[in-house]
Write a protein that binds this ligand. Structure first.
Ligand SMILES: [Zn+2]
Length: 243
């Protein structure tokens, strides 16, 4: 298997949910104290965050995984930790100013880095599910550290699901298109209350979603959060599995 990003030999597994998110949210796990992971209608008790169950089937190369995408991994780690640590303030204002998170970087490059993190995940997901989308635009964005024109991030906060039980969840890919083409794709990445919808919309079909989402070419240095209330949708198909 070759790395879909750069073409080199693919020998490195990418986490479906970032390991730092799992560690910070779930805490320590071990073989004698595993957590339960639900995926594709299966459940597994997982005793290590390095478990193959927590990785995409599609591998990438070590350079892409460790070196090339390190700034984007760091950017997401910082943003995600910050959101979890400042949850009540963010719930109150439904906004987050990214200025202090960008550090020494231009704020726009910080937004690009966050987008690249999810570009990498969505690319792996597309290959895992054999969705007929050419991921060369995803590769070029990652290789050049430049924005991807058609990938948007919508942030939401939700009540913790399951009466206080910890919940980590990724959805299947959902989308639509005509014949063998996919025109729209959405994938959900959730850790506790924080939900990120990763949206691929090359034809700009969902204007309202685009307006409210984060994109490197159209942002004001702030994230706007949707609020989702799961109490109103108990039993619905969007409720997340429990850990
Ligand atoms: Zn590579």
């Amino acid at each position: 298997m070759n790395c879909w990003i750069c073409g080199d030999n693919a020998d490195s597994g990418e986490h479906i949910i970032k390991q730092s998110d799992l560690k910070q949210y779930i805490g320590n796990v071990s073989q004698s104290f595993p957590f339960r992971w639900y995926s594709n209608n299966n459940k597994k008790d997982v005793g290590s965050f390095k478990s193959s169950h927590l990785h995409f089937k599609t591998k990438i190369c070590s350079k892409c995984n460790n070196e090339r995408t390190q700034p984007s991994d760091r950017a997401w780690e910082r943003l995600s930790n910050h959101i979890r640590s400042n949850l009540s303030d963010i719930v109150a204002t439904r906004k987050l100013d990214l200025t202090s998170l960008a550090g020494t970087k231009e704020i726009n490059q910080f937004v690009v880095d966050v987008q690249i993190y999810f570009t990498k995940l969505l690319g792996c997901m597309i290959h895992d599910a054999s969705v007929p989308i050419n991921t060369s635009s995803f590769s070029s964005s990652i290789m050049s550290s430049k924005p991807h024109d058609s990938l948007y991030l919508m942030f939401a906060l939700t009540d913790e699901i399951g009466g206080g039980c910890k919940s980590v969840y990724v959805s299947d890919l959902r989308g639509y298109g005509f014949k063998d083409k996919v025109d729209y794709l959405v994938w959900q990445y959730s850790v506790g209350e924080l939900v990120v919808f990763v949206i691929y919309d090359p034809r700009k079909l969902e204007r309202r979603i685009i307006r409210n989402s984060l994109h490197p070419r159209n942002h004001n240095g702030k994230i706007r959060f949707l609020m989702k209330n799961n109490k109103q949708r108990q039993g619905g198909t969007t409720s997340s599995p429990l850990l």
